[in-house]
Design a protein around this ligand. Structure first.
Ligand code: GDP
Ligand code: MG
Length: 185
């Protein structure tokens, strides 16, 4: 029979990497070019179906600003899943993502399912050529290579996706992949 599993999921990452935009894309299939910053945290829910199961995501979208960082444990405590987001055009946001992963591994529930997202994939151009040559083309805004993201994910046992909230690239896929990793209650 059909079962519904509630999954508490938290989004973490530097300000402006696109956390709220990923949620807006997943929940409303929408995008805003100049999205207003999140203050504190926002709560949204969205259901998705995976085979016979319905997963109800209870999403805590946190603010990335440093002044809110001390509140993060309230949101990741008891979370079964986390989405750690960086912006592939902002190396500092990748360093911040590393720190969030470390903090989650130390402080969050053991067995938390973590997905690492390199967002703003749409800002790369000619990406196939990039991948073939291993070099970043001059017109691409990419500053964090696919390999850097993959390596961090492998080291820390994370799922890894490059995403675009703008074009919807890989957004549903991230949430589906997380849902599939959540054990049945
Ligand atoms: P947050 O602070 O991490 O929640 O980031 P927001 O979702 O508020 O997004 C910050 C800015 O980046 C906004 O102007 C968004 O429109 C923009 N943005 C978010 N995701 C993407 C994306 O995938 N591609 C591009 N080009 N811009 C994005
Ligand atoms: Mg936000």
């Amino acid at each position: 029979g059909r079962t519904t599993t509630a999954v508490k999921l938290v989004l973490l990452g530097e300000a402006a990497v696109g956390k709220s935009s990923l949620v807006l894309r997943f929940v409303n299939n929408d995008f805003e070019e100049n999205k207003e910053p999140t203050i504190g945290a926002a709560f949204l829910t969205q259901k998705c179906t995976i085979g016979e199961r319905t997963i109800k995501f209870e999403i805590w979208d946190t603010a990335g600003q440093e002044r809110f960082a001390s509140l993060a444990p309230m949101y990741y405590r008891n979370a079964q899943a986390a989405l750690v987001v960086y912006d592939i055009t902002k190396p500092a946001s990748f360093i911040k993502a590393r720190h969030w992963v470390k903090e989650l591994r130390e402080q969050a529930t053991k067995g938390i399912v973590i997905a690492l997202c390199g967002n703003k994939y749409d800002l790369t151009v000619n990406d196939e050529a990039e991948e073939d040559s291993g070099e970043v083309s001059e017109t691409s805004k990419r500053k964090v290579s696919v390999n850097e993201g993959q390596t961090l994910a492998e080291e820390e046992g994370l799922m890894f996706f490059e995403t675009s909230a703008k074009t919807a690239y890989n957004v549903n896929e991230v949430f589906l992949a997380i849902g599939k990793k959540i054990p049945e209650a």
